[in-house]
Design a protein around this ligand. Structure first.
Ligand SMILES: Cc1ncc(COP(=O)(O)O)c(C=O)c1O
Length: 343
């Protein structure tokens, strides 16, 4: 295991700072084809300083998890959905679309070769398929990279948001990224959101920003948003302006299974504030890393708005636990979401 200083199972290791020893990788060459993929030591992957991705942001990635079940079996959650989303992210960045079968095999093998690094629940092995333009040419500003590197990195993780209910600032002036680019999982989008998130942290001790340009609710910097109470689960309908979260989709399916009325529609920030002010209201952030993290406080125009009781709510906990039971094989995989990986 390559670690910064702590072991993977350490509850204090920061999310994403500990890596399993091996990754899988493949190259796409100037002849326009994918080479054979291979297993390699993480330490053995280098980039030329002139690589296209380092200068012209030709990068996309995915984030998904493998969970160790109560029975010891390791299962990847919603693998085909993440493969499909990565395939959709490649064309906007003019990167080669990874072959479905190849990428699926590379992700499964990244788990298999690091099986001993998969922590017990509630920890998991976070998987980071990454596709980079690596043509060594700093003159290629106006042309796509004609070489690419695809790899699947594995990182044993605990909680992404450690601690209790989150403070989230509302941003109504600017969106998270450029119009029409929100569905693409590219590093570029995350760099664009750093300014507002940094300001919200410094000024309001917030962990995240909820982007609501013109008052229309979209998503936070790294997760989708859902409103929850005893009867309903409400979330913005899918548009081209935000990432179509696999966890969002899972939460909506499980909420419907559990008898909640699910609404996907246009949401205005005024409605979210009204929602937060009602007793029993809950708001949560959904994402592979965030899982379903409760929001305790919204900050609008510098004023704190407490969400319901301000604490972790029972319905957020109920849906989150239901998802955890399915991920760890404690409940039947009734939606066909799991891919078991054996040695
Ligand atoms: C910007 C953004 N929105 C939403 C999500 C949630 O997506 P998913 O549930 O597929 O992880 C993520 C997380 O990966 C994200 O980075």
């Amino acid at each position: 295991m390559s670690t910064t200083s702590q072991s993977a199972s350490s509850p204090t290791a920061q999310f994403g700072t500990v890596f399993a020893d091996r990754l899988t990788r493949a190259r796409w060459g100037v002849d326009g084809g994918w080479g054979e993929w291979e297993v390699a030591p993480v330490a053995d992957t280098t980039l030329h300083p002139a690589s296209h991705c380092l200068h012209y942001a030709s990068t996309i990635f995915e984030g998904l998890k493998a969970h160790r079940g109560g029975d010891g079996t390791v299962r990847i959650f919603r693998l085909p959905d993440h493969v499909a989303r990565m395939q959709r992210s490649a064309p906007p960045l003019h990167l080669p679309v990874p072959d479905e079968r190849m990428l699926t095999e590379m992700i499964v093998e990244a788990v298999r070769t690091n099986l001993d690094a998969v922590p017990e629940a509630p920890g998991s092995l976070y998987l980071r398929p990454t596709l980079l333009g690596v043509q060594p040419n700093i003159g290629a500003a106006a042309s796509p990279s004609n070489e690419a590197l695809l790899f699947v990195l594995a990182s044993p993780v605990g909680a992404y948001f450690a601690g209790g209910a989150l403070r989230v600032e509302i941003e109504t002036l600017q969106g998270r990224t450029m119009p029409g680019f929100g569905t693409v999982k590219s590093g570029l989008n995350y760099a664009l959101a750093l300014g507002p998130i940094g300001r919200a942290k410094a000024a309001h001790n917030a962990s995240q920003v909820l982007f609501c340009p013109g008052g229309r609710v979209e998503e936070t910097g790294a997760a989708n948003v859902v409103l929850i109470d005893a009867e309903r689960v409400v979330t913005p309908a899918l548009t081209a302006e935000f990432l179509h979260g696999v966890t969002r989709d899972s939460v909506l399916s499980l909420a419907a299974d559990l008898g909640y009325h699910v609404e996907e529609r246009t949401l205005h920030i005024d409605e979210v504030i009204d929602w937060a002010n009602r007793p029993g209201a809950e708001i949560a952030l959904s994402g592979t890393a965030a899982v379903l993290s409760p929001v305790g406080t919204l900050i609008l125009d510098g004023e704190d708005v407490t969400v319901g009781s301000g604490e972790v709510g029972p319905h957020t906990t109920r849906i989150r636990e239901e998802m955890g039971r399915i991920q760890t094989g404690r409940e039947p995989d009734r939606h066909g979401w799991l891919t078991a990986v054996t040695a």
